[in-house]
Design a protein around this ligand. Structure first.
Ligand SMILES: O=C(O)CCC(=O)C(=O)O
Length: 279
């Protein structure tokens, strides 16, 4: 059958027969999520405080600090900033932040019927780091603005984000900007929040890592997501071998790429990619 015809005639029934879609947990549909979503769409970001406990933050810090090495290769990565890449290939300690129901609930509202993880990083901004250049995360999808976001990002405060230590700097409502507008300092806010909190923003929202003028590092975890029909920044299918993928939650497996965008984007040999894990 020609692809064009297959799409036109697609009912979803053929896939449903052979593969069950993941059913979102009730925690992903609460009134709180609707409230967060309304704020996200109005301001371009939402801060949710105290979503994980101090002991979860301590555990993430203990596991991540030994994985940290050199500082950034340029101003954007930050010459006084350490980053861990391929985090899912190295530790399981930030998995529950990637598939946290309050975040996936927002993603369910933003990008139905499916979405992917685009990249994950641990970011440690050291004392003396200057402010990163302003940017928006889905800018590499070179489609003119204004436009709907094609991605979204969480930045989790593992250390409290303060006025001085490099709290993420965000430009409220900049998700609505056209391609001509650029940030100026007066229009920004700092995402000051207790450890265990998260800022979630659209891929079109202008932001930057803050300057760290304190005498202690600022540790954060970021997960970026994208529409399931866009290319992920991180190539999880090459980074993660099948045993690692088997160790992930069903939600994370789907997020890294063991899922499809209907009717068949992401297929392997004409079948759902999860079938590979049975082999
Ligand atoms: O660390 C932060 O607060 C933001 C970092 C960021 O936006 C980036 O590295 O692209």
């Amino acid at each position: 059958m020609k692809i064009e015809g297959a799409i036109k005639n697609y009912t979803g029934k053929d896939l449903a027969k052979t593969f069950k879609q993941l059913q979102p947990s009730p925690e992903r549909t609460s009134a709180l999520i609707t409230q967060d979503f309304n704020r996200l769409m109005s301001d371009g970001y939402v801060i949710i405080e105290n979503l994980i406990t101090p002991s979860q933050c301590a555990q993430i810090k203990d596991e991540c600090m030994p994985l940290m090495s050199h500082t950034g290769r340029n101003n954007f990565e930050g010459e006084k900033t350490q980053r861990i890449y391929n985090v899912l290939g190295k530790t399981r300690c930030i998995d529950r932040l990637a598939d946290h129901p309050r975040i996936l609930g927002l993603m369910d509202l933003l990008f139905r019927p499916n979405y992917l993880l685009s990249q994950s990083q641990v970011i440690n901004i050291l004392p003396g780091e200057s402010q990163q250049a302003f940017h928006f995360d889905d800018s590499f999808y070179q489609i003119p603005r204004p436009r709907p976001a094609l991605g979204a990002a969480s930045i989790w405060a593992i250390d409290a984000f303060t006025e001085e230590n490099g709290a993420t700097v965000v430009v409220p409502k900049s998700h609505e900007w056209d391609g001509q507008q650029v940030p100026t300092t007066e229009k920004t806010i700092k995402a000051i929040m207790p450890a265990g909190s998260v800022i979630f923003f659209l891929g079109t929202t202008w932001h930057s890592g803050g300057a760290n003028q304190s005498n202690a590092p600022r540790l954060a975890v970021t997960h970026q997501y994208c529409e399931a029909f866009m290319r992920q920044q991180e190539n999880y299918l090459l980074e993660l071998d099948k045993d690692i993928v088997r160790a992930l939650s069903p939600e994370l497996r789907s997020l890294v790429g063991y899922s499809i965008y209907p009717p068949f984007m992401g297929m392997v040999n004409g079948k759902h990619p999860l079938r590979l894990l049975d082999e």
